[in-house]
Design a protein around this ligand. Sequence first.
Ligand SMILES: [Fe+2]
Length: 264
Amino acid sequence: MIDIHTHILPGIDDGSPDMETSLAFLQKMATAGVAELVCTSHYIRNQFHNTLQIRQEKFLQLQQEAAKQQIPIKMHLAAEVYLEPEILNDIKKEQMNIADTKYVLVETDFTGFPINLKELLYQIVRSGYKPILAHPERYTDIKKKPEIAEEFMHRNVLLQVNAGSLLGNYGRVSAKAAWKLIELGYCHFIASDCHCRSGEYLLAEVADLLTKKFDNYTSKLLTEENPKKVINNENIDAFYLENIELGKNNFWNRFKKTLSKLRS
Ligand SMILES: [Fe+2]
């Protein structure tokens, strides 16, 4: 598995508080089957102003300590960028894209999409970046109506659902929205968004659950194949559902069955 959303860098946001916690958590991730991860510490100007220098310093320290303990996980540096006015300048200046690729992980206001959200995203896309919206299922607007997530895909924005959401860790409504997004094909990645505070690492459990509820292909696509394409800076189809053979008990198959019953 490749986890593209983690708060594993120690002591610079609300994620891991110290090196010891980060290393223990990294070990747990390796045991769970994570081969690569992206360090996406928060970048929120007035709260977590994690410049490139700060992130790089912590990244190198963690890499060195992980190598000493022979933890077999390859790490990449990025950030989770909170969308604010003129944020494009910060993305460029502080190199917040994922591992020198065009992909950049972004987040916005949980309580309601800001009026300028589309414009901010458009500026980022127009500059050649490929935004990935973190945890769409946690935003009020999408919780109310998951179908509106399609709008982002039409604007060249990909969507990353949190593993914990699928297990109900952010409440029943987020869980429902998260599963709905996957059913609709409006999810391109599942990642942990681990803050290393609870000690639990959920991506492996969720990958198994996806195999059971959908199929192995979908599970691998969202936890391995698409994340690998990010790291390799390859294109990812925003609309992919028609390309894949989905499992037996999914929305589309149920829909098709109902349709054929109605026709007969
Ligand atoms: Fe996050």
